[in-house]
Write a protein that binds this ligand. Sequence first.
Ligand SMILES: Nc1nc2c(c(=O)[nH]1)N(C=O)[C@@H](CNc1ccc(C(=O)N[C@@H](CCC(=O)O)C(=O)O)cc1)CN2
Ligand SMILES: Nc1ncnc2c1ncn2[C@@H]1O[C@H](COP(=O)(O)OP(=O)(O)OP(=O)(O)O)[C@@H](O)[C@H]1O
Length: 204
Amino acid sequence: MTIPHDTDPPALAGAKARLRQHCRAMREGASPTMAQEQALRAGIAARVDTLSPGSAVALVWPLPGELDLRPLFGVLHGRGYRVLLPFTPPRGQPLSFHHWHPGVTMCNGRFATRHPDGHAYVPDMVFVPLLAFDRRGGRLGYGGGYYDRTLARLPHAVAIGYGLAAQEVAQIPMGVHDVPLSGIVTDREWIRCIAGHVDGPARD
Ligand SMILES: Nc1nc2c(c(=O)[nH]1)N(C=O)[C@@H](CNc1ccc(C(=O)N[C@@H](CCC(=O)O)C(=O)O)cc1)CN2
Ligand SMILES: Nc1ncnc2c1ncn2[C@@H]1O[C@H](COP(=O)(O)OP(=O)(O)OP(=O)(O)O)[C@@H](O)[C@H]1O
């Protein structure tokens, strides 16, 4: 049997699927505290403030059980950034990012996602949701391959994962299509990822 070049080989797909199942179960067992979510949002706002004024920043509307970035939308919009949220196309296509502003109409999309009825823009910084991450910038998502396909087409955008410190694993199985993150914001620390280099834990 020939393996199509746009899918992971079976051993890698199996390893990702097992880890995904494990991480979903872990997430169901522990919801974040308000303090953790606030710390995470503060960490994200601090990364955004490294950009020049007026830059475009892609966040996400939360799916059930995910960390909630919605309180940041108005804050970052108020600081003069262009806040974008993803539109989810059919599987196999990249995401597009649409302008959010106060009062914008939100539309229902695939997999219970929601996106603004606004113009599409190219983001300068993309915050990427995840089920698990490692310190090299490895990321595990829901298995649609959406962010990898999207980031591959956005070489100038800075891709930053966000999640709880508890979502860290030793090593995410990575394939040729997996685009490593440049950094990860958690409720505990900012992790700068350099390909092949493992950053140590932050000192308090
Ligand atoms: N908030 C949010 N928006 C996002 C993503 C995401 O991970 N989180 N995506 C990231 O790529 C894209 C949507 N991709 C998705 C791909 C697959 C499934 C999916 O299979 N969902 C399962 C339930 C998953 C779970 O809750 O454990 C389902 O619908 O059965 C969902 C989203 C774009 N928007
Ligand atoms: N740029 C790409 N071109 C072709 N196939 C790709 C590309 N990116 C990812 N894929 C394929 O898509 C499938 C799903 O990828 P993966 O398991 O890494 O998803 P994920 O990153 O967890 O999902 P998501 O980004 O939607 O949260 C894999 O078979 C992978 O090889």
